[in-house]
Design a protein around this ligand. Structure first.
Ligand SMILES: NC(=O)c1ccc[n+]([C@@H]2O[C@H](COP(=O)([O-])OP(=O)(O)OC[C@H]3O[C@@H](n4cnc5c(N)ncnc54)[C@H](O)[C@@H]3O)[C@@H](O)[C@H]2O)c1
Length: 287
């Protein structure tokens, strides 16, 4: 029997209603990619999932597909850069599930440029999305985390190898993904002792989503003032080069499901003594 299967069986023997039974989880950026997979995996384990994404059509589709397959989910679409939305997100989550047990700060994208060409707007936008918005969401949700009702509570912040090891062309993203790891440790130290809140980061390496797909595919996001930011990596460079995975011991990129499985593992009671950590999910790259 594989160790993965043995762990699954052990998990389900101890948690027959699922690893996250009855827990209320907000997953930002869960309209697609890693977040959408996490939403599905969380719902499979009994969580009540709030699908949060700027793309309303995609958020609604994820919530509907979870509901159709017997899970519990609602979509609360909106822009993480809009302070009013963060208040709405917390309010609607509590109306839906009465509390909040888990926040996964996952929404994000890259807007690369070398240092001498990076604009203030590029810099500010990436830090606002990857640092300020998660902070404001956690602050808004504080009344549901600073409690002593015996329920599990955890926050998972999505980081990147860029924030741990740096990456040329990503001054903004590298800083932001390092910054979120600092916030993780502060939350773990502030809310661990009295409230038992766990907080961890997961730093992903090369995961197969539209962020690492060919730029020529044409995916983009739109900033609050209407500017289109092209997503993906130009063919022949970085994750789109033929040698992209040669420095990864597993010699391949990870799937969104594998990435989301690490989020589930960290949110689950099997990780109940893990807090304040930056977990590298990279196929072994940069160890
Ligand atoms: N794919 C990788 O290789 C990789 C590596 C390291 C870290 N990450 C991180 O993982 C996270 C998820 O990325 P992914 O690869 O699944 O990308 P993705 O583009 O597939 O999904 C990201 C989601 O975030 C949403 N989003 C973006 N801006 C938003 C905003 N302002 N408000 C609300 N939602 C917003 C998008 O609409 C999208 O649905 C990001 O934080 C990313 O930086 C990804």
């Amino acid at each position: 029997m594989s160790s993965q299967r043995a762990a699954q069986i052990a998990g389900h023997l101890n948690y027959p209603q699922g690893l996250l039974a009855g827990q209320v989880a907000i997953i930002t950026g869960s309209g697609q990619g890693i977040g959408a997979e996490a939403a599905r995996l969380f719902a499979n384990e009994g969580a009540k999932v709030v699908v949060s994404d700027i793309d309303a059509a995609k958020a609604n589709a994820v919530a509907e597909s979870i509901s159709k397959s017997g899970g519990t989910a609602i979509a609360v679409p909106g822009d993480m850069l809009d302070d009013k939305y963060l208040k709405t997100l917390v309010k609607k989550t509590v109306e839906f599930g009465n509390t909040i047990n888990i926040i996964v700060n996952n929404a994000g994208y890259t807007w690369d440029g070398v240092i001498h060409k990076m604009t203030d707007k590029q810099w500010d936008n990436i830090i606002a999305l990857h640092n300020t918005a998660p902070f404001k969401l956690v602050r808004e949700a504080a009344p549901y985390f600073r409690v002593t009702d015996g329920q599990p509570r955890c926050i998972i912040n999505i980081s990147s190898t860029s924030g741990v090891h740096g990456n040329a062309g990503q001054a903004n993203y590298g800083l932001a993904k390092a910054g979120i790891n600092g916030l993780t440790k502060v939350i773990a130290k502030e809310w661990g002792p009295k409230f038992g809140v766990r907080c961890n980061s997961i730093a992903f390496g090369h995961i197969l989503t539209r962020l690492t797909a060919a730029k020529e595919d044409g995916a983009f996001v739109t900033t609050p003032d209407g500017e289109k930011i092209a997503l993906g990596i130009p063919t022949g460079q970085g994750s789109q080069s033929k040698d992209a995975n040669l420095d990864i011991p597993l010699r391949r990129a990870g799937t969104a499901t594998e990435a989301a499985s690490a989020i589930l593992a960290l949110a689950s009671p099997l990780s109940s003594y893990i807090t304040g950590q930056v977990i590298m999910v990279t196929g072994g790259r940069n160890m």
